[in-house]
Design a protein around this ligand. Structure first.
Ligand code: SF4
Length: 286
């Protein structure tokens, strides 16, 4: 995909954006969170964000440690509540850019209600939601996103619950920008995170990210090569998915089972909470 992005070197990112004294990270070998951090920094650089006017917010979990590595203000909040804190920051100072790191357990499980209502309000917040199919840091329990049949510490015989499609939920709720990508290639995630930051209103970028320690080892996906191959074989671009659903043979449609759609699910405009608040203040002369 030609994106026009100039991918930065590790040295450039390290010098410009990282708190070097915080390294090495706490992440396990083979974890995809380092990729998510890199892609976010590339996107920030692409957008030209002023880090003095940017706040990173997170909840609890491995992905919620990410703000600690970035040389900007950060708020490490309580489990599932990152979006409540982020909303408060935006309401108090709408001049700040607010970026949230959360996980599937933190953001869509424990924080699922906050996700729903923050999208409904359409506050100008960019959410990078790391989906590794499990609660990684807290013990490898099943999450709302654990695949059908997936093994976890709480589903030792295989998950029997239907997994939540976070992007379809966000799209249905009217989020102006919604995308999902696996970490296995940088160009699309970097482009989407940059588009999400530029978007006025709520933007959700779901990153399919390997957790070899808590999820992978229980599901035959412990080695990096295996995991990355799994993501390539189990993700299908949205256009291709829709074509198969509409025109594909029964065998081709059956082959979509157990796979995930990737791409930009929604890219639209919608009046933001901040716009409506400003209009209310002007109207009522508050
Ligand atoms: Fe990454 Fe999983 Fe280790 Fe957490 S437990 S750092 S998500 S590999």
């Amino acid at each position: 995909m030609a994106t026009g992005l100039r991918i930065k070197t590790a040295a450039e990112l390290r010098t410009n954006y990282l708190r070097r004294e915080m390294f090495p990270t706490i992440f396990c070998d083979g974890c995809g969170l380092g990729n998510v951090l890199n892609y976010t920094l590339w996107a920030i650089d692409e957008v030209g964000l002023d880090l003095d006017r940017t706040v990173f917010v997170s909840g609890i979990g491995c992905s919620s440690r990410l703000p600690g590595y970035i040389n900007a203000d950060g708020l490490h909040a309580t489990h599932g509540r990152a979006l409540a804190f982020a909303s408060g920051i935006r309401a108090a100072n709408p001049d700040l850019t607010v970026i949230v790191f959360t996980g599937d357990g933190d953001g869509a499980g424990i924080g699922g209600n906050h996700l729903l209502h923050t999208i409904r309000r359409n506050m100008d917040i960019t959410v990078i939601l790391v989906n590794n199919f499990t609660y990684g840091m807290t013990g490898g329990q099943s999450a709302p996103t654990t695949p059908d049949g997936g093994f976890s510490s709480t589903t030792p015989y295989g998950n029997i619950e239907h997994p939540l499609d976070i992007c379809e939920l966000a799209k249905a709720l009217g989020a102006p920008y919604v995308a999902r990508w696996p970490v296995v290639s940088p160009a699309q995630p970097v482009k989407s995170i940059a588009e999400g930051i530029r978007k006025r209103g709520f933007a959700l970028i779901e990153m399919l990210t390997p957790c070899p320690t808590a999820y992978g080892r229980r599901n035959g996906l412990k080695e990096i090569e295996q995991i990355w191959r799994w993501y390539r074989e189990h993700t299908v671009l949205l256009d291709e998915w829709e074509w198969v659903e509409q025109f594909g043979s029964p065998e081709e449609r059956e082959a979509l089972r157990g796979k995930m759609k990737i791409g930009v699910f929604q890219d639209t405009e919608r009046e933001t909470f901040e716009d409506r608040w400003a209009a209310l203040v002007a109207r009522e002369k508050l």
